[in-house]
Design a protein around this ligand. Structure first.
Ligand code: H2P
Length: 826
């Protein structure tokens, strides 16, 4: 292949014939098959193995460089990493995509078919887990020393099937046939204690010593997933812990005939890393969830300390210079008392010294203001599982309360609000409070959200420690979310601004000057059309529905939650349907509403909304009176790899949460980056997107945070909207009939109930009219082809701010104080 002109410095260069030889070698020697027998799965594995040779070389060099430079590193603790597929991304990041494509082509194999063989690594629920994945991509790209730490779940987020309109959850088995990327590291196994009791002892010098006698010990086995930075120079690691029983198998019990009993310990221990909880906020499985959190934090801290001691022995004085730990939400907050336990009980540092270390190591990111998602653990549960940690938390709180008393002498109400312990019928430990107290920096994830964290969630913390609460607006990696998922648009952009925009996304601004250029508009919209054709094919295959690629592709993809208001879009779809039935000439541009969403299995109303969307879709898609103009497609099993197909094809991006509820959103950034125009509320990062693209290139509607507050304070009455707006009334009443669920009237009634009888917590009805008007403005704008093309181009051009490299730069400069450590060429 002829070498292409590029501005990107590469860590590896390998040519087509070398790549081809490596794939064939692995087909023979790793997979024990050959070119005649191999199916796509085998080709996929062989291609991964060929790639992994380069990856592991990069990893070795990176680790050597970091070791020799004794670098300060960030440790990103997250219960979720939503990595998706790795082959296409690794090929792109190494700059080997075209080489691999050509090599496989010569072997008579299609790379795109091979890529489809890879199961998604879906070890997360939604935005929080995907953010973690984007961040570790940026960290490696920016050559920053970093490790991701999490859990090696045997089953990731459930696989969603839709049966008769309803969501059915099936186990996800991402590694049933082996995972070619992960490397087991038995040499770094850790042991973790649970349960038991605490003994108080008196040391020689009268020092009180606490000894935890655990009732149970489990092993944590590390699996490393290499994380390849763009350019292929730095390869960092995502280290995920798998749980195993420490004693493995009880032969005595087994020989005595207790075949089942002998394995109980194994089963219990292995349950810890069995499943990802598909819910951020239920009561179910709380105990196991707490154990999961402690398990991965304890393993990771031991791992960090082992590495530190290798270089610095027992001298703790440099620990804070070498180690920073970012807590991705409160899930890893238990790491704070765990580090205190290690420092006070094991290393025998006095409390103040230990606390000084601790509060220079941790930083915490808050991702939500929803009260039900702010973790609280019953004190009695901690006492049972982690008795020493509860004592430590009490001590932290005791000292903290003294500090509060100094600032607000005698004010018990402020103490009650700030206390890590919430008193009440059941004593609870507030993990958010613990995280704020134990960290040196706390950030929200978009400007509005961070302001609300300061003003509403933790106002007194902000007064107590001015400057501790800050903002780092989220970002997304342009490598996956443009370069890899939208190759045609990437090439078009390359032709205008050069090919190094994935490393400096502000360079996209260079296409703005072509926004009104007819030729460029045509090229840009031609790419969009091609992407829409690909998605249309996917819709056809998956749902059997034909969609018109001239229609507006209106996309809403995210976790299903009432505050995200998928049901607001649903009401509007039903209204359009009604308008079309009443007036067959109703003037609208054809539109396809496309959804992707999973509902937490225990979240009944979310599942009802999925059911309703599917039932309404069935009716509309099969109604010849309207289906030339209106279609609805709910694509099952929304996941990263599906998002990669949906995002490049979207014309409209739905970001319609109740103002103040969506912390940031990151789908909004991905869609705009790929030239979709947003219809959205002034919420989360939508506000910053609007600032970047300008009011004329976004459709903003609905109540603001202040208006939401005022409306709620004045006593929001959803029935007022029902009676005042005939369309709202008609559509809600329609839900109660059996029109969409023949023979089963009332099957969709729970949505109406939630919006009327249960008070419409998320103000769907209050925002309906404004949403409907904004949608009409979208319709009008789309019909003006030149105007729309200009809007789409400007959206892409103005997304520079939202690269996760900028977020990471913010963290590095303001919070982590980290230096890049370029990998030396050998
Ligand atoms: C959450 C927030 C999003 C935010 C994301 C990453 C928890 O993701 O709700 O607003 O962008 O974290 O900070 P999600 O709702 O997708 O699960």
């Amino acid at each position: 292949m002829s070498a292409k002109k590029t501005n990107v410095d590469r860590g590896v260069t390998i040519n087509k014939s070398e790549f081809k030889a490596a794939v064939v070698k692995h087909l023979h020697c790793t997979l024990g098959t050959d070119e005649n027998k191999a199916n796509n799965h085998a080709w996929w594995k062989a291609t991964c193995a060929a790639m992994q040779e380069q990856v592991l070389e990069g990893l070795r060099k990176t680790q050597k460089t970091h070791y020799l430079n004794d670098t300060r590193a960030v440790h990103y603790f997250s219960a979720e990493f939503l990595m998706g597929r790795l082959l296409s991304n690794n090929l792109q990041n190494f700059g080997l995509f075209d080489v691999a494509n050509a090599a496989l082509n010569e072997l008579g194999i299609s790379l795109s078919d091979v890529l489809e063989e890879e199961p998604d690594m879906a070890l997360g629920n939604g935005g929080l887990g995907r953010l973690a994945a984007c961040f570790i991509d940026s960290l490696a790209t920016m050559e920053l020393p970093a490790i991701g730490y999490g859990i090696h779940y045997e089953h990731g987020l459930f696989r969603q099937e839709i049966q008769a309109g309803a969501q059915i959850e099936r186990p996800d088995s991402w590694r049933d046939y082996g995972n070619p990327w992960e490397i087991c590291r038995p040499e770094s196994i850790q042991e973790v204690s649970l349960y038991g009791y605490v003994e108080t002892k008196y040391g020689e010098n009268g020092r009180i010593q606490k000894e935890w006698h655990p009732g149970h010990i489990v092993k944590g086995i590390p699996w490393d997933i290499p994380v390849v930075g763009y350019g292929g120079k730095t390869v960092n690691v995502l280290r995920l812990w798998q749980s195993k029983a420490s004693g493995y198998f009880n032969w005595d019990v087994f020989n005595a005939g207790g075949y089942v009993d002998a394995q109980v310990e194994n089963v219990q221990a292995e349950t810890i890393s069995k499943v990802l909880y598909p819910n951020d906020e239920t009561e179910a499985g709380k105990e196991l969830r707490l154990i999961q959190q402690y398990f991965f934090c304890a393993c990771s801290l031991k791992d960090i300390i082992r590495r530190y001691k290798r270089a610095h022995g027992d001298d703790w004085s440099r620990f804070v210079d070498q180690v920073v730990i970012q807590l991705n939400d409160t899930h890893p907050a238990i790491a704070i008392p765990e580090l205190m336990r290690i420092l006070v009980d094991r290393a025998e540092l006095d409390w103040d010294k230990a606390w000084a270390i601790c509060t220079k190591v941790f930083a915490y990111t808050n991702h939500t203001l929803l009260p039900e998602a702010l973790e609280r653990w019953p004190a009695r549960m901690l006492e049972k599982i982690l008795p020493r940690h509860l004592e430590i938390i009490y001590e932290i709180n005791h000292r903290f309360m003294k500090e509060v008393d100094k600032k607000w002498p005698g004010d018990n109400s402020v103490k009650a609000r700030l206390s890590i312990i919430e008193e009440g019928p059941e004593k609870m430990v507030r993990m958010g409070h613990l995280s704020v107290v134990g960290s040196y920096a706390v950030n929200g994830v978009a400007e509005l959200h961070s302001r609300l964290v300061k003003e509403n969630l933790f106002p007194e913390f902000d007064q107590l420690w001015p400057g501790k609460l800050t903002n780092v607006t989220n970002g997304i990696t342009p490598r996956r979310w443009l370069k890899t998922c939208n190759p045609a648009l990437s090439k078009l952009i390359d032709s205008k601004v050069g090919d190094d925009w994935p490393l400096d996304l502000k360079k996209l601004a260079g296409i703005e000057k072509y926004a009104s250029n007819k030729t460029f508009q045509k090229q840009f919209m031609q790419v969009k059309l091609q992407n829409k054709k690909v998605l249309a094919e996917e819709i056809k295959q998956s749902l059997g529905i034909d969609v018109d690629t001239d229609a507006i592709f209106d996309v809403q993809i995210k976790r299903l939650h009432e505050y995200k208001r998928q049901h607001l879009a649903l009401l509007y779809i039903m209204a359009l349907y009604r308008r079309l039935l009443e007036n067959p000439d109703y003037d609208m541009h054809p539109r396809v509403f496309i959804f992707g969403a999973k509902a937490a299995p225990g979240y009944k109303l979310a599942k009802d909304i999925i059911f309703a969307i599917n039932k309404v879709a069935d009716k509309i898609n099969n109604d010849a009176r309207v289906n030339q103009k209106l279609k609805v497609a709910f694509l099952p099993n929304y996941r990263v790899s599906l998002a990669e197909k949906m995002i490049p094809a979207a014309d409209v991006s739905e970001q319609i949460s109740t103002a103040g509820k969506e912390a940031s959103g990151t789908g909004n950034m991905k869609l705009a980056l790929n030239g979709a125009v947003t219809i959205g509320t002034l919420d989360g990062a939508n506000i910053e997107i609007a600032e970047e693209v300008g009011d004329e290139n976004i459709f903003i509607f609905g109540l603001t945070v202040d208006e939401v507050k005022a409306l709620k304070a004045s006593g929001y009455k959803p029935y007022d909207y029902y009676y005042k707006n005939a369309e709202i009334k008609a559509v809600l009443d329609w839900l109660e009939t059996d029109y969409f669920t023949p023979g089963k009237p009332g099957a969709l009634a729970s949505i109406k109930q939630s919006l009327l009888d249960h008070g419409d917590q998320y103000l769907v009805l209050a925002d309906y009219e404004a949403y409907s008007e904004a949608q009409e403005a979208v319709d009008k704008a789309y019909r003006d082809k030149e105007r729309w093309a200009r809007m789409a181009i400007i959206n892409t051009a103005k997304m520079g701010k939202f690269t996760s490299d900028r977020s990471i730069k913010d963290y590095v400069e303001r919070i982590w104080k980290l230096n890049a450590c370029p990998v030396v060429k050998e």
